[in-house]
Write a protein that binds this ligand. Structure first.
Ligand code: FES
Length: 88
């Protein structure tokens, strides 16, 4: 299992667009365990300031960066899928 670093924009527009809901879903992953009782994910979640993608034409919020890869207009499903791909 590889560590996954998830940086979630905590700027105003991203927060309004649901970035903290994505954080809550990631935190739920942190409490999932396999049959042997070992954690299924090694994730570090960081809040980061505005990434300025919200200022472009048609806001790209919420913005989430997973292991350095930026996801714009991020949904929880997209972020969860990317975390699952990267942890294997
Ligand atoms: S508030 Fe998130 S990119 Fe600006």
């Amino acid at each position: 299992m590889k560590k996954v670093i998830v940086e979630v924009c905590a700027g105003t527009r991203c927060t309004i667009s649901g970035s903290m809901d994505i954080v809550a879903n990631i935190e739920n992953l942190l409490s999932t365990y396999d049959e042997e009782g070992k954690p299924m994910y090694d994730i570090e979640v960081r809040n980061v300031p505005c990434q300025h993608d919200c200022e472009k034409d048609g806001s790209l919020a919420p913005v989430v960066i997973v292991n350095g890869e930026k996801i714009v207009c991020a949904s929880s499903d997209q972020v969860m899928n990317r975390i699952s791909e990267l942890r294997d």
